[in-house]
Design a protein around this ligand. Structure first.
Ligand code: IPE
Ligand code: IPE
Ligand code: MG
Length: 243
């Protein structure tokens, strides 16, 4: 069977299941979100070690504002705390942070924190870490179209792509969703057109290196056809000889 290059260059993750992780332990939901930050730190390190070049994670959706006010404010606080705590280590680990999403409705404190974290890691090249925060796939497409229209530029697939939040990286090869739900929940609607999908029943705080390796192995067994036939793919990329 033809295998995709074994390690995906770009992995995107819907980090779902923090609330259930906490509720099962009779803890407040925010305790699950805190564990989620630890899981993200581990996952980013594991991705860099495995040669993944880009990790994009969904941290807060445009729709998550509809959660109870104390959970929303807790998540905003957690983001500010995580930035303060994690950026020095991310800097050492060679990760370059990008935040993708609508910033105007965030508090000035959070907004400044995002900009400072991006500036502090701007020279890093080992791993690009995109954090989608106050992000929605529909928002991204609409804001890209609006910015092109405002500049009087034609709307084409290429121009839309270059005006969207992930213009600085190639499309994700592998999209993982933890937490057992099999839906996209307004994540990378445009960029996931030809991504491979992997759904894990693990709750995000429990998504460890072995779960990541399982997802990468499943990706390696997929045949990405991009509309072509299997025969075309096989004749273009015959299996390398073992050994
Ligand atoms: C994902 O975990 C994190 C965010 C959406 C912020 P959830 O909070 O959705 O966890 P569940 O789905 O309720 O378990
Ligand atoms: C998607 O999870 C958003 C993030 C992981 C940040 P949700 O928990 O918000 O998705 P739904 O509501 O179950 O579709
Ligand atoms: Mg959820």
């Amino acid at each position: 069977m033809s295998v995709s290059s074994v390690v995906p260059h770009h992995i995107a993750i819907v980090m779902d299941g923090n609330g259930r992780w906490a509720t099962r332990r009779f803890l407040p939901r925010l305790a699950g979100h805190k564990q989620g930050v630890d899981a993200l730190r581990r996952c980013a390190r594991a991705c860099a070690q495995r040669g993944v070049g880009v990790l994009t994670v969904f941290a807060f959706s445009s729709e998550n504002w509809n959660r109870p006010a104390d959970e929303v404010s807790g998540l905003m606080e957690l983001l500010a705390m995580a930035l303060a705590r994690e950026v020095p280590q991310l800097k050492k680990d060679g990760a370059r942070l990008h935040f993708v999403g609508e910033r105007d409705s965030l508090s000035p404190k959070v907004r400044d924190g995002l900009g400072q974290a991006e500036a502090a890691t701007a020279d890093n090249t080992r791993l690009v870490l995109n954090v989608c925060f106050n992000y929605g796939g529909r928002w991204d497409i609409a804001q890209a179209a609006a910015s092109l229209a405002a500049r009087g530029e034609p709307i084409t697939e290429a121009s839309l792509h270059s005006a969207m939040g992930l213009a600085h990286v190639p499309d994700p090869d592998l999209v993982i969703r933890t937490g057992g739900e099999m839906r996209i929940s307004n994540f990378l609607l445009w960029q996931s057109a030809y991504s491979e999908f992997f759904f894990s029943d693990r709750l995000w705080p429990d998504f460890d290196d072995s779960a990541l390796d399982e997802a990468i192995a499943a990706y390696g067994r997929r045949e990405r056809r991009f509309g072509k036939t299997s025969e075309q793919i096989l004749s273009a990329h015959p299996d390398p000889m073992p050994g």
